[in-house]
Every structure is written in C-alpha cells, then in structure tokens.
Write a new protein. Structure first.
Length: 416
C-alpha cells in the first residue's frame, strides 16, 4: 500500500512538473527557441539590377556600393532601398537574399515587414477619409465604435493618432502565450474594433491630452475608426484608399496569406542567421502589421508631397506636430502618424530642411522612411533583420540621403 501511495505521488509530481515545464515553455517560448536553428550566413550575396535612369547612373553606382557596404555592416540577409525625386524613382536596388535557405535573391520588388512605418500608411488612409468628411479628428472614438468601453471610448481620433490619449503600450501578459503581448502567435480574423477588447477598459496612464506616450496598442484604434467610416475591412480599405490609387502593388496587410516576393524575417548574429520568432501580426494591421517594398513607400511619400490623395491642407494636418493641452509640444515632434522635423540638419549642418517620415521595427525586419518635401526627395530602406533600435539602419541609410542631396546640389550649381 505504501509503495502504491509513493508511486502515485511520484506520478502526480512528474505530471505537475511536466505541466509546469510545458506552461513555462509556452509562456517564454521566444527565449527557449532563440538559441535553436542557427545557420552560417552565405559567403556571397547577390545584387539585383539597379533601376536607375541614365542621368542618375553615376550617383546610382555610388548608391549601389553604399548598399552593398551597408548590408555587410548590418549583417543583414538582404537590404533594399529606393529613392525618388519629384515623383520619379531615380534609384532602386537590393542586395542579398529574401529567402536565405532557398537562396532566393532579393529584388527591388521584394516586400518586407514595415513595422511602425505602417502608421504612416494608416495616417494616409485616415487622411483620405478626413478629406471626404467621413472622419472627424475631434470626435470621440465612440462615434465610430458605439460599444467601445470607457475610458477608451472618450478619447478622440486625434489623441489616438498622436499618442496623447494615455493608452498603455504592450506589456507582459501572464494569460498570453507567449507572455509578451507584442509577440502574439494567434491569428486574429475579427474586425479592428475587436482587437481593442483586450485593453480598452484598462486605466489610462495619464489624463487625455496631458502627456505623450508612444503606443502601438492605442494607435490600433485608428483601424477601427477607418473600418467604421469606410464600411470596409481594413485590408480592403487599404487597397481602395491608398495602395490601389497609388499603384503600391507590394504593400498589403500581413494577414497570413502568402504573397509574391516577400522577404523571410530573420535574426542574425556573428555571421549566423535564423528565422525570427513566428509572430502573427493580424491583430495590429494599423500600427505594425503591413508589408511593403521601398519603391512602394517612395510612392506614398511622393503622394504626400504632391497632396495626390487629399488636399494640401489635409496633408498639413497630418504632419503638424501635436501640442498637449497646456500648449507645449510633445517631446517627439509627433504628428498624426508621422514624425516631423522642421529643421533637419544635413551635410554637417550646411543644409537645414524640413523632414517627415516614420521608421519601424518588427520581428525580423527594420524600415527607414523619410520625406524631404522641399527637395521633392523620398527615401526608403528596408531589411529582413530585426533590431531593437533603429540607430544602426539609420546610420547606414543617411549617407545615401546625403549622396542624393550632393547630386541635386551639383545639378543646381551646373544650371546656375
């Protein structure tokens, strides 16, 4: 009897231990699997054929070399970039592999996870509806989502677009698998309004309009507003309002369906690579759940410069940095889905110009996206390598921007 009781205790103990191990694995899966599956990077990385008009050939050759060197420094499986001037792509190219394991070279048509650059795309979607009078920036979210719970229901569209509503950002969630909210692996097939149920009743971290706190969770509410105002699901609205009119054929929501020429997301370190943790971005389309190509993003930037999809007045509303209730500017120069700098220094301070854009990070991808409206220049650089910080990609992208300004200065001097 005693042996039988001891055996039962052992079985129960082993069962509980196994259950604990399974639970711990599911909660912290990204940590456990990170050390698994690493492979050596290839020794050679192919370069695509640059898309460059004849009068930009010399500058294009310099940019090709910069792109090659940048990929090496970044240890990225592939790096792709596009630059447009006054509505024309003057250079676009890619180096490396969109799929390393299958040795599929990246091209200028390859699409990458856009990360938070999606916020700029979503802003343009909202801008089209603002221009049509279908979205009111000062209206509470409850106007568009009547069943939204307090306190989120009382926030205005402007506040969630500018991160001044006091909504929290991603945090640890011990009822989620894995425990990090931003690393969800579950596919979400509902409306954008339904993505808000997980946090809509959470306390605000400050009174609406009295502070600034960057929050992708809060920005997702813009998707619910767009769906309500347009009468379409977010992906269909994206096509109708922005990507269709602008011919952005590589830009779409990341809804789990396969797409052509889509870069595999990776982590890399010390000459090795592995696929990034397989997150599902279907619950964050507006804030970080899109894929795009650099060439497509230059079309978006040029549409902003030319006010193609809405009036110049509407565009200026989107890029105007938002003030807090006390009249002070927010500390990031954040507008409505865009970051705006009226005095961006270039060429070592020799040039001061206006700039707006939105960079982004995602699992296995990073995006650099800037618009220089006074010069008509748009620059997008993307890679299928994730980073916690944008600094490394920005460091490599800015010399490309400088080379374009150098070319434009030379042409202006020749004309004079």
């Amino acid at each position: 009897m005693g042996n039988r009781g001891g055996m039962m205790r052992t079985i129960i103990g082993l069962t509980l231990f196994t259950a604990f191990c399974v639970l711990a694995f599911k909660l912290f899966e990204p940590v456990f699997v990170y050390r698994l599956g690493w492979e050596a990077m290839p020794s050679q990385f192919p370069m695509a054929q640059a898309q460059t008009p004849e009068d930009w050939r010399a500058a294009g050759q310099d940019l090709d070399q910069m792109l090659t060197d940048a990929r090496t420094k970044l240890n990225a499986p592939s790096l792709s970039a596009a630059i447009s001037v006054n509505g024309q792509i003057v250079w676009a190219n890619a180096v490396g592999y969109e799929d390393v394991a299958r040795k599929v070279p990246a091209t200028a048509a390859t699409s990458y996870r856009a990360g938070s650059t999606a916020k700029a795309v979503t802003s343009v979607m909202a801008g089209v509806l603002i221009g049509k009078g279908q979205i009111d920036l000062e209206a509470p979210l409850s106007k568009y989502m009547a069943d939204l719970a307090a306190p989120m229901a009382g926030l205005t569209v402007r506040q969630v677009m500018s991160h001044t509503g006091g909504v929290r950002n991603y945090q640890l969630c011990f009822t989620c698998f894995p425990v990090w909210e931003n690393l969800s692996t579950e596919h979400f097939a509902g409306t954008q309004r339904e993505t808000l149920r997980a946090f809509e009743a959470d306390p605000l971290i400050f009174n609406p309009g009295e502070g600034f706190a960057y929050t992708s969770l809060g920005f997702n509410a813009v998707g619910g507003v767009i769906e309500a105002a347009s009468g379409k699901r977010f992906g269909a609205a994206l096509t109708e309002l922005v990507t269709g009119p602008l011919g952005m054929t590589a830009t779409t929501v990341e809804d789990g369906r396969p797409g052509p020429a889509r870069a595999v997301p990776y982590d890399t370190e010390a000459g090795r690579y592995k696929q990034a943790f397989p997150v599902d971005n279907s619950n964050k389309f507006p804030s970080g759940g899109m894929v795009a190509s650099p060439s497509d993003l230059t079309k978006l930037g040029q549409a902003m410069i030319a006010a193609t999809l809405f009036s110049a007045a509407t565009r200026d509303r989107l890029i105007d940095p938002q003030e807090l209730k006390d009249g002070t500017p927010n500390d990031q120069g954040y507008a409505l889905g865009w970051r705006y700098n009226p005095k961006a220094e270039m060429s070592g301070g020799k040039r001061v110009t206006r700039r707006y854009g939105h960079h982004g990070t995602a699992q296995g991808a990073t995006s650099f996206f800037q618009v220089y409206p006074d010069e008509g220049v748009v620059v997008s650089v993307m890679m299928n390598k994730g980073q916690q910080s944008l600094d490394a990609l920005t460091t490599e992208a800015m010399p490309m921007v400088e080379r374009v300004f150098q070319e434009l200065d030379g042409r202006e001097g020749a004309e004079n």
